[in-house]
Design a protein around this ligand. Sequence first.
Ligand code: FEO
Ligand code: CA
Ligand code: CA
Ligand code: CA
Length: 646
Amino acid sequence: MSSHRRCRTIGAKDGDDQGPNPTGARPMRELIEARLSRRGLLKGVAAGALAGGLFGRVARGKDDPSSLRFAEIVHGIDGTHHVAPGHAAEVLIRWGDALAKDAPAFDPRAQSAAAQAKQFGYNCDFTAYMPLPAGSGNSEHGLLCVNHEYVSTALMFPGEGDAEPAGRQQAEIQMAAHGHSVVEIRKDGGTWRIVADGPYNRRITANGTRMRIAGPAAGHERLRTRADRSGREVIGTLSNCAGGSTPWGTVLIAEENFSDYFGNVPKDAPQAEAYRRYGISSDCEYTWWRYQDRFDVTKEPNEPNRFGWVVELDPYDPRSIPVKRTALGRFKHEGAQCIVNGDGRVVIYSGDDENFEYIYKFVTARGHDPRLRAANRDLLDDGTLYVARFFEDGRLRWLPLVFGHGPLTPENGFHDQAEVLIEARRAADLLGATPMDRPEDIEPNPVNGRVYAMLTKNKKRRPEQVDAANPRPENRAGHIIEIVPPGGRGPDADHAATDARWGIFLIAGDPASGTTLYGAGTGANGWFACPDNAAIDGKGRLWITTDQGGGAARTGTCDGVWATDVDGDGRATPRFFFRAPIGAEICGPSFTPDGRTLFLSIQHPGDVDGSSFDAPATRWPDFIEGMPPRPSVVAVTRLDGGRIGG
Ligand code: FEO
Ligand code: CA
Ligand code: CA
Ligand code: CA
């Protein structure tokens, strides 16, 4: 999401209560040298870059070290999108496109909640391509599952210049524009098209979809409300940012900035400290609480506890009830990326995307059954949630969030596992987790067995707060950390282990700043700022999307997609592949199984200061006078039909 909208919630924890700092405070260069000079982990290009004095500049080697076979595009800012030569980037589905036979034609000047609930939602984020039939590797016919994170009122409604909806009708349209879409898609003659009346098509919304609450916190008194005395049922999902998909063919929808939706918070509430820790305050982004009591914290003090979870959805059953899996903990989940461990257990990595928040992983208690899909139905209800503590010497320890373990006891206000999960942030504080620079996608790489953590930025980090894992004060451009589980490469990596090693993979930003770290051979347009989401291609290469949050004027380029090798001579040498239209961030990169299509969400196009429905910064993608910009998913293919990246 753009920080343009988020300025009030980001940094809720700034300046106080930042937890222990196991890596200490030392100058950035010294910290990185300490990490890079250690034997083993970071030998190779990054270490070579340091030895060659590559801080602060970018060099292009004589020979191209990258395995990526495309010519990179150039930095820049304009109103449309750009892709590397030899590729097509076609708009597949836009905000307002019909997902049902009886959906009304999109008319943003006469929108209704009923129409929106049958149309593609706003601000698309995570995408997952799920092949049809289920379990196949079909790369030309499948379901595209897409999150809709939030709405931009000023760009959505004519005559609005404000973030707040003008009345109940607009608020209900906004609720219907949130959530998730499942849409059948098919590749015909090399071009992807949606099947507008496909039988699997479905909208999940903030206000119209009943969900089940499962796992250790289900039924807990802090999840009970007047509307749901069982604490096991909830309406809707909010702030659906990134996500993941499971090996058994379900989609994980991560609830991120749920605090934005709750208002009228009483100052002396019994849960005041818990609200504060999650940024829940009367200074909320939306004013839905005026129209629905459940968003009014004075009236429903437990409703906020029913959001901030990971939701599991079976897209292959259009009548399935989505399930909030409480075992994975409650925080501002950016995503929920799965990998199957060698022993069959499933490990899900997740970042808590706020300044000074943490990196988590969940390990299932049982292994998944690859033969019997139904056997995995409740696999995510039983397992262990861990949070990461980074040590300066390159060790990483995963600390279990288990009731009764260490400080997670009644003396500290935890009376059962449900409370540990509901207040996962406070539990992680007490365990001594390492506060990070906005952890977004945490992407396990099945090819080399390592894990890549996108740290978007954290300009609130003061010089005395830097540590080896977050080495840059006032970090405006972010960095990427590489976690190395024990056991070996690829399938030998033990993602369930409680220890790992880690290193800095890349420090982003303009090399002219003198504080960056890229591999030797990074080109003039290879540098980027603010890594956010990521995907791994079939060769294990990392595809990174960025979210500068209004920073384009400073960097001179719109957000985009950069790809890099993670091993070999091309390690950490990003290459610029795709550029967004002005105002947009790019989210949700996902590949088809054959690697020949890359789906990208273009979120909040035109969202720059002063831009509005009536006078937008761009009218992408329609470019029709009177039509506002429309968040859309783009399908990128190669003109010769080959694999993206070669
Ligand atoms: Fe929804 Fe962390 O961006
Ligand atoms: Ca973002
Ligand atoms: Ca994001
Ligand atoms: Ca991802």
